[in-house]
Ligand binder design. Structure first.
Ligand code: SAH
Length: 222
């Protein structure tokens, strides 16, 4: 093992230790230990890949902070059998984590260059149970649903109705909701036979969800 390998291993352990202060699910922590976050960030930012920050990935978008990825994944309560939807592929990192804990993942991305890059990264890493799709006029990917869990990795103005329809009864949707950068809340919405049950995981900061069900002009969250 080279000195670089040792440094990288120590940085990963430090990242996981940090996430483990909040995230208790060992399977989530193991997935975060194994999925190489440095492969999902631009080469010039690799040395920061295991710090607990969001990082720019181009096109004005970001890869989410590891702690938030861990919290969202834990909240989805996956046991390996689920059909999962992610809205907002970005780098593909969150999708790769979900792919280790669910049966398969459908992820949709509105920006073509990010979509292509994410698909290439996932392919290079040998991840075969993730399908990367272009975002369509309706939020999500209704034709491949319903889903056992849905993660939305961009902030929505309210819990998107169209995604609730794509969620199976008993399924969980993890979605940041809010109108302004400083009052976003990460919600866990469980669909029941009677309606929905909502809990909050606290304040967060995400880039805006665009298009139908999001912010129509993409610039209204400031
Ligand atoms: N989960 C990502 C981080 C995503 S950032 C990761 O692990 O790296 C949020 C992403 O949502 C951005 O890439 C943005 O382009 C995308 N996005 C915004 N609105 C969208 C929509 N309506 N459908 C699909 N993707 C959308």
């Amino acid at each position: 093992m080279t000195a670089d390998d040792r440094r990288r291993g120590a940085a990963i352990e430090e990242m996981v230790r940090h996430v483990a202060r909040v995230v208790r699910d060992q399977r989530v922590l193991d997935a975060m230990r194994v999925v190489p976050r440095d492969e999902f960030v631009p080469p010039r930012l690799r040395r920061y890949a295991f710090e607990d920050h969001a990082l720019p990935i181009g096109e004005g978008q970001t890869i989410s902070q590891p702690l938030i990825v861990g919290m969202m994944t834990e909240a989805a309560r996956l046991d390996g059998h689920e059909h999962v939807l992610e809205v907002g592929t970005g780098s593909g990192y969150q999708a790769a984590i979900l792919a280790r804990l669910a049966r398969d993942v459908v992820t949709v991305e509105i920006v073509a260059t990010l979509r292509e890059q994410a698909a290439a990264t996932l392919g290079r890493l040998g991840v075969t149970n993730v399908t990367v799709l272009a975002a369509e006029s309706q939020l999500g990917a209704a034709h491949l649903g319903p889903y056992d869990a849905i993660l939305v990795t961009a902030v929505a103005p309210s819990v998107p109705e169209s995604l609730l329809r794509q969620l199976r009864v008993g399924g969980r949707m993890v979605v940041p909701v809010g109108r302004h950068d400083d009052d976003q809340e990460l919600l866990v919405v469980t669909k029941t036979a009677e309606g929905i049950e909502t809990t909050s995981l606290g304040g967060v900061r995400f880039v805006p969800l665009r298009g139908a069900g999001g912010f129509e002009d993409g610039a209204s969250v400031l």
